[in-house]
Ligand binder design. Structure first.
Ligand SMILES: [Zn+2]
Length: 142
């Protein structure tokens, strides 16, 4: 289905749904499409430009709201990451090995952080081991 904004010769705006643009042509030629206000059968598609402008404006507003939220989320995320780093055992490159040991009960259950390559991370996830990427903020990279 295609949605068209339509207009009659007296500039009454209305909307219609058609199976295709051919279907629209067929229905208007057959006089099946008429203006709901004045019943004129001289209808045409209107330019979509005003709608585009409206949706752009909306997107702009959403972006502003999201930026404010993101700022707050980043602050919370930084706090959470600080807490994770403070409480977790940094096992460095042994991360995949340690994560498996903990998962299979071969090592003490605890929070660990460390490095894993994308392949290792995928393998761990496939084994049902819950891992999450730890974001690195610019100020952490000394
Ligand atoms: Zn009309």
């Amino acid at each position: 289905m295609i949605h068209y904004s339509l207009q009659c010769e007296k500039e009454h705006g209305f909307e219609g749904w058609f199976a295709s643009s051919e279907d629209f042509g067929r229905q208007t030629a057959a006089g099946l499409v008429s203006c709901p206000y004045c019943e004129s059968k001289t209808v045409s598609k209107t330019l979509m430009a005003p709608n585009v402008a409206t949706s752009r404006r909306k997107e702009g507003m959403q972006a502003v709201a999201m930026d404010t939220m993101r700022h707050d989320m980043i602050a919370k995320l930084k706090e959470a990451v600080r807490e994770i780093r403070a409480n977790a055992d940094d096992v460095g490159e042994r991360f995949p090995e340690e994560a498996r040991k903990i998962h299979y009960g071969e090592a003490e259950a605890r929070g660990i952080i460390g490095q894993a390559s994308p392949d290792e991370a995928r393998a761990l996830t496939e084994e049902g081991i819950e891992i999450a990427p730890l974001p690195v903020f610019p100020e952490d990279q000394h």
